[in-house]
Design a protein around this ligand. Structure first.
Ligand code: F6R
Length: 263
């Protein structure tokens, strides 16, 4: 996997957004895999700005979100559907009927998960998948011990994830302990994966993802098996990488190669 280490969170967002803009400009009907959480917000702001400046159009784009809480409606302020509307969809020229978030309120969640998988395949598969990473190295809501071959399904959240996400919920507000999430196998089928991580709190998860063994104990380590995955991280998130200088050196060489190929 490619590891790009940048100065700070703003540089991470700008670099990541550029990859999405290039992808959409190359294929205007790209199928995007999208994520929620704090980390992608700055990238979404970059995309909104690029759309306003007519550098990119989402009018033909289709999207699938990674996950959703179980048992809450899409218009619930803590739902991931609501998050996506607020943080991206309401501000760009996307057709919301082309956007999908797993239905957390489905009467039959098992059938809904199977349909989600079928819908992704019917769209031709995900061209580019955006990911954040949990402090326990979860991707989507695939918590440690998730099968590396898993598909979209109902998952129980760990106490660590519930605690991490409690900041989004009011003191008296019900916080779901179950989710629907794309599986690790689903994510690995995306043609390209872009994972963002910022801050020291993610340093251990990033070290295990890049340099640890491939293991269900570290769900993001499954990306070692992906042929086109890039981790865009800031210095703080990179701080525990043993071979940090080597990854920086590889990036310098990659840049030279790209410049040469563009000539
Ligand atoms: C969100 C998601 C999660 C988050 C992860 C990091 O759709 O799937 O895996 O990416 O929990 O969250 P933040 O960015 O808030 O640290």
């Amino acid at each position: 996997m490619k590891v790009v280490i940048l100065k700070d969170a703003a540089a991470v967002a700008a670099y990541g957004a550029e990859i999405f803009v290039k992808q959409i400009n190359k294929k205007n009907h790209s199928v995007l895999g999208l994520a929620t959480g704090s980390t992608p917000v700055a990238l979404y702001q970059e995309l909104i700005a690029a759309n306003k400046e007519s550098k990119v159009s989402f009018s033909a784009v289709r999207s699938f979100n990674l996950d959703e809480y179980m048992g809450i409606e899409g218009d619930h302020p803590q739902s991931y559907r609501h998050f996506m509307n607020e943080e991206l969809f309401n501000h760009v020229d996307i057709d919301k009927s082309n956007t999908q978030v797993p239905p957390g309120n489905a009467a039959n969640p098992i059938e809904a998960c199977e349909k989600y998988e079928r819908d992704i395949v019917d769209m031709g598969g995900i061209d580019i998948q955006l990911l954040g990473i949990g402090r326990n190295a979860h991707i989507g809501f695939n918590e440690p011990s998730s099968s590396l071959a898993s598909r979209t399904r109902v998952k129980t959240l760990t106490q660590a994830t519930i605690d991490d996400n409690a900041r989004f919920f009011g003191a008296d507000e019900h916080q779901p302990h179950l989710s629907i999430t794309m599986g690790i196998g689903t994510i690995l089928e995306s043609k390209k994966v872009v994972l963002l991580a910022t801050g020291e709190g993610k340093a251990e998860a990033i070290q295990a993802t890049v340099e640890g063994p491939l293991s269900a104990a570290c769900p993001a380590s499954a990306l070692q098996m992906h042929r086109n995955a890039v981790l865009i991280i800031d210095e703080a998130a990179a701080s525990k990488l043993v071979d940090k200088e080597f990854y920086k050196h590889i990036e310098v060489e990659n840049q030279k190669l790209e410049e040469m190929l563009e000539l």
